[in-house]
Design a binder for this molecule. Structure first.
Ligand SMILES: [Zn+2]
Length: 360
């Protein structure tokens, strides 16, 4: 069995940084929200169809001031297209609440209905363009990608939960867009402890499969239609099911997809994945490499291949290509880029393999 080890609080993956103090307890405080909305430093990050804009000159996500969003929201109050994200930690700010909560108040604003291009208030000195693709998201800084991830998850959830699942009445956002409440006072949901609908986060386990001496990794090529062309080799992943431990979920997914029995599982790190609302829980699983893979259970994979860590080490260091992932022509192995947890997990195994080869 692996020994328990502590893990660092943060890592360098996209979508994963703590750049805002969420002050979640202040979302219910009307005075705080009023002060935050009224402050002249407060910033609003616009989203259209859950995607941000970037300033073409700087590459940073577009952030607007109060005057610039005045005709996109009901000024001075929380409206249905606003979500409070938190207090930005990195900037010096004059905003202080109750003399101890500091930082620039930051909101996400959904401008899908009234697009920025329709707003006459935008200063033409700000050349901006909408982020259109996954590749564009990859170019964001880690800090910006983390703000985008949090905002996307809330905005998509608000947009897809407009009706109460119990009585079918409309729901309304409360606590600055971070919870939903049924609009029907007689609804059972308003009379019990479950009187609100909370945003959902779906747990997904993703696992690099290695052998007992960490000399190889089993790379897996998905048979999903969108992967047919790009031929990406990666880790095994899947949703955690109700009442399942993470370790059991890893072993189940590995057996269902590859037919291999898992001997040990170690949880390494996690990464929010806002497509649409997942938390990727990265693991390393050890499996006996003398077993014969069987891809015929759920038929999700087209191919699996044991690759020596010594060969993978070189490929993981390559820059990603225009396609947004690593392409190694000499081996035909295309791998996820270094913003993904799959890449981090493979790197973790490769590093451990090198240490073991070197010896004590
Ligand atoms: Zn209801």
């Amino acid at each position: 069995m692996s020994t328990l080890a502590t893990r660092p609080l943060t890592h360098s993956l996209h979508y994963s940084q703590e750049v805002l103090n969420r002050v979640s307890f202040l979302r219910k405080d009307p005075q705080f929200l009023e002060d935050a909305l009224a402050h002249n430093e407060t910033q609003f990050v616009p989203f259209d169809n859950y995607l941000p804009y970037v300033n073409e000159r700087t590459g940073f996500i577009l952030k607007l001031k109060k005057a610039e969003v005045a005709n996109l929201t009901s000024q001075g109050s929380i409206s249905s297209n606003l979500v409070f994200l938190g207090l930005l930690l990195s900037q010096k700010s004059d905003f202080v609440y109750k003399s101890k909560y500091r930082g620039t108040p930051t909101f996400a604003i959904d401008v899908s209905i009234q697009r920025l291009s329709d707003s006459s208030l935008l200063d033409s000195s700000k050349p901006y363009k909408k982020v259109e693709s996954f590749r564009d998201l990859n170019k964001l800084t880690v800090e910006d990608s983390s703000i985008v991830s949090q905002a996307r998850m809330y905005l998509q959830w608000l947009d897809t939960h407009k009706f109460c699942s119990l009585c079918g009445s409309k729901t309304k956002p409360v606590y600055a867009g971070t919870q939903l409440k049924c609009d029907n006072d007689d609804c059972k949901s308003n009379k019990s402890v479950s009187n609100s609908c909370f945003p959902r986060t779906d747990a997904v386990v993703i696992s690099a499969i290695t052998n007992k001496d960490y000399s190889k990794i089993l790379l897996c090529r998905s048979g999903m239609p969108r992967n047919k062309e790009r031929k990406l080799y990666s880790c095994v992943s899947g949703f955690v099911e109700p009442s399942e431990t993470l370790e059991v979920a890893v072993a189940r997914e590995i057996w269902e997809e590859t037919g291999l029995d898992t001997q040990e599982v170690e949880i390494i790190a996690s990464q929010p994945w806002p497509f649409p609302n997942n938390l990727m829980i990265g693991c390393v699983a050890i499996a006996d490499d003398t077993q014969t893979p069987d891809l015929t259970h759920d038929c999700e994979l087209d191919e699996v291949r044991w690759v020596p860590c010594s060969a993978l080490e070189r490929i993981l260091k390559l820059e990603d290509s225009e396609s947004g992932f690593i392409q190694d022509e000499s081996t035909g192995l295309n791998l996820p880029n270094d913003r993904s947890i799959a890449h981090m997990l493979m790197g973790f195994v490769v590093k451990k393999s090198a240490e073991l080869r070197k010896g004590p």
